[in-house]
Design a protein. Structure first.
Length: 258
């Protein structure tokens, strides 16, 4: 079933469509940084492109867009991901990777491309679905972990297997042209937004790093050792990049028992 936005999953813990954020009181067509309450952490976009983090920033800033409760207009520059698809994309059959997704037009670096939408699940339901899969099944469940300043980790699990959008057809690449950013609009449930990491030509296949390391911290020695141990369970990677790791990323946490 196609859905442009994420929906509540089978365990029903979280409703991603619920509006829980207060809106800004800006009465202008486009909100100004440090004046708008939604932009108190700084500007998110510059001419529709995601603003890169400052060099002195150790971590990426959280992205909050103006929402349904805001007084500003629909043309506000802080409304990007919520507008949905803006480029013509095509699902196509690849040679070795099954279905894939490519763009039919040029996409500039920093532009929002598409959301990875699906059912928003709790940990237990995500683990149940993962453990029920066979080696022949495709795994679409994604686990996004955000590290908070308090040291806590916020987890979001999205599964587009049964309900989702074109994002489910994106393949992995060890040198991708997209990167994922959690963007919040109406509530703390993030939209898993994919932005162009570089200029992308028409006809080029779109991909992102399933592990989340791209545009994030480098892999540690501990992670490398655990990956080697799990190679027997992992699927081969056919991205064809110069830095190909030979296997698709593996997250063993959803396979373990509590």
């Amino acid at each position: 079933q196609y859905s442009p936005d994420s929906v509540a999953g089978a365990d029903g813990d979280i409703d991603p469509t619920e509006i829980t954020f207060p809106g800004c009181s800006c009465l202008t067509s486009s909100c100004a940084v440090h004046v708008c309450s939604c932009l108190c952490r700084g500007e998110n976009y510059n001419s529709l492109c995601l603003r890169p983090p400052d060099k002195e920033e150790e971590y990426a800033r959280p992205v909050f867009e103006c929402n349904a409760m805001c007084q500003c207009g629909e043309s506000c520059q802080n409304r990007v991901v919520q507008r949905g698809l803006q480029f013509r994309l095509e699902v196509f059959k690849t040679e070795k990777k099954g279905w894939g997704l490519r763009t039919l037009e040029f996409i500039a670096k920093g532009r929002f491309v598409c959301e990875y939408a699906g059912e928003v699940l709790g940990f237990n339901e995500a683990r149940r679905r993962i453990q029920a899969q066979t080696s022949k099944d495709s795994n679409y469940v994604i686990a996004v972990r955000e590290h908070l300043h308090s040291g806590q980790i916020m987890e979001t699990f999205v599964d587009p297997t049964y309900i989702g959008n074109v994002g489910r057809f994106l393949n992995h690449s060890c040198e991708p042209n997209l990167f994922m950013v959690p963007v919040r609009v109406d509530s703390m449930v993030p939209k898993l937004a994919l932005f162009a990491a570089t200029d992308i030509s028409a006809g080029e296949e779109l991909s992102y790093d399933y592990s989340g390391r791209f545009h994030n911290l480098p892999i540690t020695n501990r992670e490398e050792e655990s990956l080697e141990e799990d190679n027997r369970l992992r699927k081969p990677c056919y991205c064809g990049s110069r830095r190909c790791a030979s296997f698709l990323p593996w997250d063993s946490s959803l396979f373990s028992t509590p």
